[in-house]
Design a protein around this ligand. Structure first.
Ligand SMILES: *Cc1c(COP(=O)(O)O)cnc(C)c1O
Length: 431
């Protein structure tokens, strides 16, 4: 086969997968036109052998990158025992070990394992309702939930009811009733909407999908004070910002506020599906056998890998690394902001950064151009380029990303400066 013919065959691999999906999958995603085949470290490789520097980590999941030796070893070891799954009717070696580690780093006392983020949020909402029922025998029912504007908590019926974006919620109504959204970081609005009928305040200490917005310590403290006084729960959704990404184990730890319940998922098992609900003993006291459960959640393979991921984060001092690399990345991004008028703001903490551009068209163009320039990032909340690199990222990788980002911004600007030329080009392309 000639090189050209080989390329044609490989190219058709993407085209044929794409065509096949169009016939059989629910059309929920408009994917990037890349067929991934392999990953190593911070690099991804597509079916044509093109490599990409990954600054998205499969949306904040692949904390140790791809093919990390410790993760590969843990998977090999556990699969060799034959026990991928045993159900929660039996014991295995890793749930208690993982729960103990998570309790130690979070200040919580109990854990329940799920398969995903949305299930962790769903379970946390159930905990809040059960807690309120158990603790308030008389008086006004306590059942409402306050969430924040621009929140994202998942796609199942309860979690999606607490998710701000209308297009995620409205087609599926009626949703779980009793949810109200508080203006982002607005203490006065929180005080106005909070009353004795609220069973939980649910928030991401650092919002992810909503465009990388950090909740202020003042707001967290007010949420803590109000819930504490009335006997409602404060639930921190740390699914995206937790497990060390911001430079502390959990983003709430920057404020000194301790929640009653913490939800985890994305990076916890280095790419395998696993989530967790962590809570205090007081909250755990209202749960009895049979009240909640899961078939797959907390299986031996995912838990064994999660224990390994935690070990690596600890032993490699990745919290300090994430803080340091985050500061380095912020410097690079702020330099871009100074050079390019289309950049409005740089936000975030540690390895969770967002760069807000002036409009959605620019953000769409820039995310695509970065991919063409060999760097994976993504556009969230219409106008924000989101960067969630693996924890193993190094300064030289940040430099490569910043260069590709710079180039993409320049490409956007030169296209804007010659609108006629590019309009003619795109017309020509279509004709
Ligand atoms: C991704 C995410 C979820 C949902 O997690 P899934 O695993 O996709 O169900 C919930 N909350 C936050 C903050 C998230 O980033």
């Amino acid at each position: 086969m000639t090189a050209a013919a080989a390329t044609a065959v490989k190219k058709s691999a993407l085209a044929s997968v794409q065509a096949a999906e169009q016939h059989v999958l629910l059309p929920t995603y408009d994917r990037y036109k890349v067929l991934l085949r392999r990953g190593k470290g911070v690099w991804l490789y597509d079916a044509e052998g093109k490599k990409y520097l990954d600054f998205l980590s499969g949306i904040g999941v692949n904390a140790l990158g791809y093919a990390h030796p410790a993760v590969v070893k843990a998977i090999r070891k556990q699969t060799a025992t034959g026990l991928l799954h045993i159900s929660n009717l039996f014991f295995h070696d890793f749930q208690a070990e993982l729960a103990e580690k998570l309790a130690k780093i979070s200040g919580m006392e109990r854990a329940f394992f799920t398969n995903s983020g949305t299930e962790a949020v769903e379970g946390a909402l159930k905990l809040a309702r059960a807690y309120a029922k158990a603790k308030t025998k008389t008086g006004k029912p306590k059942w409402r939930v306050l969430a924040l504007e621009n929140s994202f908590h998942g796609r199942t019926m309860g979690a999606v009811a607490t998710t701000w974006t209308k297009k995620y919620r409205e087609p599926f109504g009626p949703l779980m009733p009793g949810v109200e959204f508080v203006k982002f970081d607005d203490v006065a609005d929180l005080e106005k909407k909070f009353d004795a009928s609220v069973c939980a305040i649910l928030l991401e200490p650092l919002q992810g999908e909503g465009g990388i917005h950090l909740v202020s310590p003042a707001f967290l403290k007010k949420a803590r004070a109000l819930t504490q006084k009335s006997g409602a729960l404060l639930i921190a959704d740390e699914i995206q910002c937790g497990m060390g990404r911001t430079g502390k184990w959990f983003a709430y730890q920057w404020s000194g506020v301790k929640p009653d319940v913490v939800t985890l998922a994305k990076p916890i098992a280095g790419g395998l599906p696993l989530g967790a609900i962590l809570c205090t003993q007081t909250v755990a006291d209202v749960i009895h056998p049979g009240m909640h459960g899961t078939t797959f959640g907390g299986g031996p393979l995912a838990c064994a890998v999660a224990v390994t991921v935690l070990d690596v984060i600890e032993k490699q001092h990745l919290l300090a690394h994430n803080a340091e690399l985050g500061a380095y990345m912020r410097g690079k991004l702020e330099a871009l902001a100074a050079r390019h008028a289309v950049v409005k703001e740089v936000r975030g903490k540690g390895l969770m950064m967002g760069v807000e551009l002036r409009d959605a068209e620019a953000a769409k163009f820039v995310a695509k151009a970065m991919l063409d320039n060999g760097v994976v990032a993504n556009r969230t909340h219409e106008v924000v380029i989101r960067l969630l690199p693996p924890f193993i990222v190094e300064k030289k990788h940040v430099d490569i990303m910043a260069k590709a980002f710079d180039k993409a911004l320049s490409q956007w600007e030169s296209q804007q400066q010659s609108p006629k030329k590019s309009a003619a080009k795109s017309r020509g392309g279509k004709g």
